[in-house]
Write a protein that binds this ligand. Structure first.
Ligand SMILES: Nc1nc2c(ncn2[C@@H]2O[C@H](COP(=O)(O)OP(=O)(O)OP(=O)(O)O)[C@@H](O)[C@H]2O)c(=O)[nH]1
Ligand SMILES: [Mg+2]
Length: 303
């Protein structure tokens, strides 16, 4: 399979041109003839990466840094010729930070924080399921909201984990005192632009001595993602988890957030199920995903 770049002036392009919304690539069968203006990416590797980053709506400054790093990777002595995947992975590794799922437990307690409805509770279930033999306790900080406790209680029944509730910082600190087990605090979604709500959340996380991990949906709009990161500055967030990777093609939002907050990208969720479907996002996985979306529209599966 080759990559075909669809050009505004290219009448023979098979896909429709929608102005700014154009999909800049189409995969073409190498045996189907050379009717269109295929991009010979071997001769223009940076053009390929630059177009792929544009497809994902990666903010201009970050895209520029990635391109410079990819160019440098290409000229490393050991680099193989014509390997945009490795070049992009190297660039991602140079320009962004990455962390593992196991590293999330450094402080023993995690607090999943983020805007409402982004998948925090579902992720709490997945993380608990992943911990297997060292099952953490799930703590809900949203006991007042109808459905919130019920949702966590369902997870707790299926996963066999203990749950607790704590509505404020003091109750949370009290309920965690003396605990040796890992704890996942499922915080209630806050409007990032409500300063007071963010401050209350910061107090809650501080009192629990938990590490706040930002949860964002993979389809968050890049500029919006940067503003959310800025709005959450009151919290010492160092890591990022993405949700809805199964229903999203463009990843500019999470990349913009990771870059703006200097967060380490850990991984993400690829299904609404709460018992499975976590995937690590390493530089090579991310590069494959970025290029894959441009090459052949493949979505991640839950397998
Ligand atoms: N397709 C898909 N859906 C997801 C994923 N993660 C969560 N969801 C769905 O997103 C919706 C919201 O998920 P929750 O986990 O309740 O989100 P939340 O952040 O806890 O929401 P609040 O507590 O209201 O702030 C649910 O319908 C989930 O099934 C995912 O990775 N992929
Ligand atoms: Mg929730």
């Amino acid at each position: 399979m080759r990559l075909k770049r669809i050009d505004a002036n290219d009448d023979s392009a098979t896909a429709t041109w929608h102005g700014d919304d154009a999909v800049p690539f189409a995969a073409v069968d190498p045996f189907a003839g050379n009717s269109g203006a295929s991009l010979a990416w071997q001769e223009a590797p940076n053009r390929l990466i630059s177009d792929v980053l544009a497809l994902h709506r990666v903010p201009a400054l970050l895209a520029e840094r990635l391109l410079v790093a990819a160019e440098a990777a290409r000229h490393r002595p050991a680099a193989e010729a014509h390997d945009p995947l490795r070049d992009l992975a190297a660039a991602l590794g140079d320009c962004l930070s990455f962390a593992t799922f196991s590293g999330l437990w450094r402080t023993g307690s995690l607090a999943l924080v983020g805007p409402p409805g982004v998948g925090k509770t579902t992720l709490a279930g997945k993380l608990a399921a992943r911990a297997r033999s060292r099952r953490p306790i799930l703590v809900n900080t949203d006991a007042k909201r109808a459905g919130a406790t019920a949702q966590l209680a369902e997870f707790s029944g299926v996963l066999g984990v203990a749950i607790g509730t704590a509505d404020d910082a003091e109750a949370l600190a009290r309920s965690l005192r003396g605990r040796r087990r890992r704890v996942i605090i499922d915080t209630s979604g806050v409007n990032p632009f409500d300063r007071q709500a963010v401050d209350v959340l910061a107090g809650l996380v501080r009192s629990a001595r938990a590490e706040p991990v930002l949860v964002l949906p993979a389809n968050v709009e890049p500029d919006e993602a940067v503003e959310i990161v800025q709005a959450f500055r009151a919290l010492p967030i160092r890591r990022l988890l993405a949700t809805r990777l199964d229903i999203v093609r463009r990843l500019g939002g999470p990349l913009a957030a990771a870059s703006a907050g200097d967060y380490a990208i850990v991984g993400g969720s690829v299904t609404p199920h709460f018992t499975y479907g976590l995937r690590p996002l390493t530089p090579i996985v991310l590069a494959r995903r970025l290029l894959g979306a441009a090459f052949d529209d493949k979505h991640w599966t839950t397998q």
